[in-house]
Design a protein around this ligand. Structure first.
Ligand code: 13P
Ligand code: SF4
Length: 309
């Protein structure tokens, strides 16, 4: 049992007193996931946020996910443990060039990954996550030109899956997945020849080519749970280990470290700590506040995505 600390008890008390729901992404540290009302991938968390009751949503993930929760459930107070928990994809895709692109190419369809700022979402025609990106692009008439942003690896994967020719791809990347080296994956495959390789589509194309299954964080977890295989090489953030051990007890999971930090952890996601979760519930800060017109504009592409099942 992990959640035995005083901080964990304080969080549970505050959650009750504040009528708060705690949503956690799979990349949070295990103690936070253990206390959460719901743990999921970005699409599942968006859906949970939309239907959340109570007064407060404490969102343990990164800022763009909390912004999404606020847009989908604006009457709730949405707080985060650390306002600096951003994402390299958000940072690498400022809104000004997207506005300019839109102005120059009004007939193109802008498909934005949910890992974007609220301002970029507001300029987009439809959003997607790693779970539904292929369906979202397939929902757009073939003759339309698509601008897919901001992840180049997910974009290339979607283009390959859909066979879409008229698709432009923004060249952003995830500082975690994009630095998983294929060389280390091949070493791991040689060391664990019976292991099945499961990868997040933000990984580079050569990693994806050497994978047996490609999917969102929750899709990877579901796949490992239901697969008859006993051993896996996991090409995503190692926070998924918490749910993997729950759904697949006794199976073995190996993680390939990235080049920069020799770990598989997202430095943004890992800014959140148990103490910060407690403090955001205590002070109801940092809080997500978005101007009403921006919320209304970002809601349109979000709802279009959520309508696709
Ligand atoms: P998921 O949509 O799989 O949760 O991924 C979000 C993310 O940030 C991956 O790095
Ligand atoms: Fe962003 Fe990558 Fe971290 Fe996901 S793992 S939140 S894409 S930086």
């Amino acid at each position: 049992m992990l959640a035995t600390s005083t901080v964990a008890e304080e969080i549970l008390d505050l959650k009750r007193d504040r009528r708060a729901i705690l949503l956690a992404h799979h990349y949070q540290e295990a103690e936070i996931q253990e206390l959460a009302d719901y743990v999921g991938d970005s699409l599942e968390l968006a859906r949970k946020a939309r239907e959340a009751e109570g007064d407060v949503i404490a969102f343990c993930g990164v800022w763009f996910m909390a912004e999404t929760a606020k847009v989908l459930n604006p009457s709730r107070i949405v707080v985060v443990p650390d306002k600096d928990a951003s994402c390299s994809l958000v940072e690498g895709c400022p809104v000004e060039p997207i506005r300019e692109y839109r102005r120059r190419n009004p007939e193109h369809v802008i498909v934005s990954y949910i890992n974007t700022s609220i301002e970029v979402k507001a300029e987009s025609d439809i959003l997607c996550t790693s779970r539904n990106a292929v369906q979202v692009v397939n929902s757009i008439p073939e003759e339309k030109t698509v601008l897919f942003l901001p992840d180049r690896n997910l974009g290339a994967y979607v283009q390959q899956q859909t066979g879409r020719k008229n698709m432009k791809i923004w060249q952003g990347s995830c500082i975690v997945h994009n630095t998983f080296p294929v060389r280390r994956l091949l070493d791991a495959k040689a060391a664990y020849p019976d292991a099945v390789v499961v990868s997040h589509p933000e990984c580079p194309a050569d990693v994806l080519r050497n994978s047996d299954f490609i999917g969102s964080t929750s899709a990877i977890i579901d796949y490992c749970g239901s697969s008859p295989a006993r051993e896996f090489i996991v090409m995503t953030e190692s926070g998924v280990n918490f749910s993997l051990e729950r759904v697949a007890p006794g199976k073995k999971f190996h993680y390939v470290a990235n080049e920069n930090c020799n770990c598989s952890e997202c430095p943004f996601m890992r800014l959140n700590t148990m103490e910060k979760v407690r403090d955001c519930l205590l002070h109801l800060e940092p809080r997500v506040e978005i101007p009403g017109d921006l919320m209304a504009r970002a809601l349109v592409p979000l709802e279009r995505m959520l309508a696709i099942r």
